[in-house]
Design a binder for this molecule. Structure first.
Ligand code: GDP
Length: 393
């Protein structure tokens, strides 16, 4: 599927930048156009792959290129004021060659948190192709203001997009890592998961056509109906054997090369990959029971994929989710791994979001208390006890 990606704010820009790199490395052809929008000039300069002319600085009149300092109301305001500048960049995209927009942002900050929903609303008004969001939740250790920003942005963003794909930094952060090093790994995880998913159906030159192809319309149908989505992923390495073919740990190895692959084994192992993907770490942790729709994409060298495995995986997902709309297909790629990517769309049983909202409300209450208290404290500091002094004017 071909996407026009717009990264809003620092996290959004960095993730779209990384998607371009992924596209290049894997030849997957999913990024038809890439734009970065920010109110901080330094963040735009820090990008590597997004073309200079597609890096749009907004809010110069208000914040002079210095960013909005985690004020997402200001982020939303300047996005609205400067929407024409963003539109000018979008105008240069051949939208007839694009299947959907993907607006990417970290929801805990200011520029992306406030601006991404504004842009999504604008794009939906103008274009008929779907507008998806990829929203990144902050880590729980980032503090109250980030949590409050994320909770408010989440509510708004879901409403303005055709579907909000969510990635939770909190489930992926690693202890003992520098912030930047940590984000590097997290961003790689993001592009890998969403890359395999959106890459399905994009058959490049010289690539094989899948036995039961996942088409972009199936991705669109899975995401249609709106709401919130999460992605599961599991993979197993396959190794190159000496005769130039692929020999796999995944298939239990053996000396027979690909000809020796046992169909029943392949099927069983595909089924267990599907279970691992669905029950393992999701981009947004949630209960998969109750997901409205799902899409299973099995990817890897075609000799390791079979229709029966996909069918079994699909059936199992139907039982686990209780959904009647579970699609599935394969995505043959000559890579040394077999993977299962599962898109669960319309998930509603998400304790992580309920906790986020709770903490956000507490932060909001605390901030109000502190503000009114500090006003009182300042007054009692400035005024003399007996009110004997008069200000000058
Ligand atoms: P903005 O520039 O004002 O939109 O704010 P940022 O994008 O810098 O930060 C917003 C939130 O995004 C932070 O609170 C982090 O949770 C997250 N974040 C920042 N940089 C990255 C990154 O490179 N990758 C990921 N996954 N998250 C990030």
């Amino acid at each position: 599927m071909k996407l026009a990606m717009i990264g809003f704010g620092q996290a959004g820009g960095k993730v779209v930048d990384r998607f371009l790199d992924y596209d290049d490395r894997t030849n997957s052809g999913i990024v038809r156009a890439a734009i970065a929008v920010n109110s901080a000039k330094a963040d735009l300069m820090g990008l590597t792959n997004i073309p200079q002319e597609n890096r749009i600085l907004i809010g110069q009149a208000r914040v002079k290129g210095h960013g909005v300092g985690a004020d997402n109301e200001l982020g939303a305001e300047i996005a609205e004021e400067d929407i024409d500048e963003v539109q000018n960049a979008v105008d240069s995209i051949p939208t007839h060659e694009v299947d959907a927009f993907l607006v990417v942002a970290g929801m805990g900050g200011g520029t992306g948190s406030g601006g991404a929903p504004v842009l999504a609303k604008h794009l939906k008004r103008i274009y008929t192709i779907p507008v998806y969001g990829l929203g990144i939740l902050p880590g729980t250790d980032e503090g109250g203001i980030y949590t409050l920003n994320a909770a408010r942005s989440f509510q708004t963003f879901v409403r303005e997009v055709d579907n909000l794909l969510v990635f939770d930094n909190d489930s992926w952060r690693q202890t003992g890592e520098s912030m930047e090093g940590g984000y590097d790994q997290i961003n790689e995880e993001i592009v890998r998961r969403f890359g395999v998913l959106f890459g399905a159906g994009e058959v490049g030159e010289g690539q094989e056509v899948a036995e039961s192809v996942v088409d972009s319309s199936e991705i669109i149908n899975t995401l249609s109906g709106g709401g919130v989505s999460t992605v599961g992923y599991a993979s197993e390495d396959v190794e190159l054997n000496t005769s130039g073919g692929l020999l796999s740990r995944f298939t239990g190895g053996g000396g027979g090369g690909n000809d020796g692959l046992d169909a029943a084994n392949t099927t069983n192992r595909i089924t267990s990959l599907v279970r691992k993907a669905a029950l393992g770490r999701l981009t947004l942790p949630c209960e998969i029971d109750g997901a409205e729709r799902a899409l299973l994409v099995l990817s890897g060298p075609s000799e390791y994929l079979n229709r029966k495995g996909i069918e079994r995986g699909r059936k199992w997902l139907e039982e686990e989710t209780g959904s009647m709309e579970v699609r599935g297909g394969d995505f043959p790629r000559q890579v040394p791994e077999v993977s299962a990517a599962i898109l669960l769309s319309g998930v509603t049983n998400v304790p992580r979001i309920k906790r986020l909202q709770q903490v956000a409300i507490e932060a909001q209450d605390n901030m109000e208390d502190i503000q009114s208290e500090s006003q009182q404290n300042l007054e009692s500091l400035v005024e003399d006890d007996e009110d004997e002094l008069e200000p000058l004017f």
